[in-house]
Write a protein that binds this ligand. Structure first.
Ligand code: PHE
Length: 339
């Protein structure tokens, strides 16, 4: 039996030295150490030994088993290393091969102008606020002094989710959300997507973008509104830009105005772009209505504020001389590649 055990140890060692793959290694392990393997077969014959011989052979058998197990483990390590080296050799890179050029993207024209507008207002001490695109009727209309049967709702028909929940038609609800959360002084702009049930044409889209502005503090006047928006227009369209305020009506501001800037095509002389006016309308604005302040828990006897809303698409179209709004949404690379 001693001879048999020694020969198993020798054979196993020789076989393991030749093994080069995991599969070969596994076969050898099963052949010598497995339940039906050679070592087990020898151990089964232990019963035939004399009581004196049994412990001696038992110990030898255990030594042989541990020796083979250690060798199997070492061989496993060796094979893993060799496989790694082989893999690394096969995957060698030829760094002298010419590379594939990947096209680098750039900002969409809407984002180019939006980022500029944000920079201008951040520079004047404004924060950026956001609000949900799915809005409650209360925030989009009611709290902005547009009750259920107000005619202003007709011009802002939208997509209703339930009777009280809709896709917001303007960024003005963010005014309410900010005032509910934050006590004056408030100075924020709020850019975002808005929705209206409008048919698509060169100047309309059911989805477009507005940038709302809101300032509330003690002693805020129309003069602050004018000065701030004049500074904004000059930064965006150049130092020679002038602005013009025209009286207008919005339910949530009183007094209200629309603000025009000098036509960037003709510089104010009058041309087809500005329809001979010399000016182009870019935004709506006004002093926040006392009712709106009150609805948000702000005392109109102590505080006053102004608000404005700019259409981002209009700013972009004027800025880049784009005559059809649809181009901004079509993802046509021939168009987008120009900016
Ligand atoms: N929300 C208004 C609109 O969509 C624009 C506006 C905003 C006017 C803020 C005044 C003050 O027409």
């Amino acid at each position: 039996m001693k001879d048999m055990l020694e020969s198993i140890a020798r054979d196993a060692k020789a076989a393991l030295e030749l093994a080069t793959t995991k599969q070969e290694l596994e076969n050898i392990r099963v052949k010598y150490l497995g339940k039906k393997g050679e070592l087990t077969a020898v151990l089964k014959q232990m019963g035939k030994l004399s009581p004196e011989e049994r412990p001696v052979m038992g110990q030898l058998a255990n030594e042989v088993r541990s020796a083979i197990e250690a060798l199997v483990e070492a061989t496993d390590e060796k094979i893993k290393k060799e496989e790694l080296i082989k893999k690394l050799k096969e995957e060698k890179l030829d760094v002298t091969m010419p590379g594939k050029k990947s096209a680098l993207g750039h900002k969409h024209p809407l984002n180019i102008v939006l980022d500029e507008v944000k920079d201008i207002f951040l520079g004047m001490g404004f924060d950026i606020a956001t609000g949900p695109e799915i809005e409650w009727d209360y925030y989009n209309f009611e709290a902005l002094n547009i009750p259920k049967d107000h005619p202003a709702r007709d011009t802002q028909d939208t997509f209703y989710i339930t009777e009280n929940m809709l896709l917001r038609t303007q960024t003005s609800p963010v005014q309410i959300r900010v005032m509910e959360k934050q006590a004056p002084p408030i100075r924020v702009i709020s850019p975002g997507r808005v929705f209206r049930s409008d048919a698509v044409d060169a100047t309309h889209s059911p989805l477009f973008h507005q940038i709302e502005g809101l300032v509330v503090d003690k002693g805020i006047t129309m003069g602050d509104l004018k000065g701030t928006l004049e500074a904004f227009a000059k930064r965006l369209y150049g130092e020679n830009t002038k602005i013009r305020l025209r009286p207008h009506h919005f339910p949530f501001t009183e007094p209200s105005c629309e603000i025009d800037v000098t036509c960037f095509k003709c510089g104010g002389k009058g041309c087809p772009m500005c329809k001979g006016e010399g000016f182009i309308e870019i935004l709506g604005a006004g002093m926040v209505h006392p009712k709106v302040l009150k609805a948000c828990g702000v005392d109109p006897e102590v505080y006053s504020g102004y608000a404005f809303g700019v259409g981002l698409e209009r700013l972009v179209m004027f800025r880049f001389d784009i005559d059809d709004m649809r181009l901004l949404y079509e993802n046509d690379m021939r168009f987008l590649g120009q900016f």
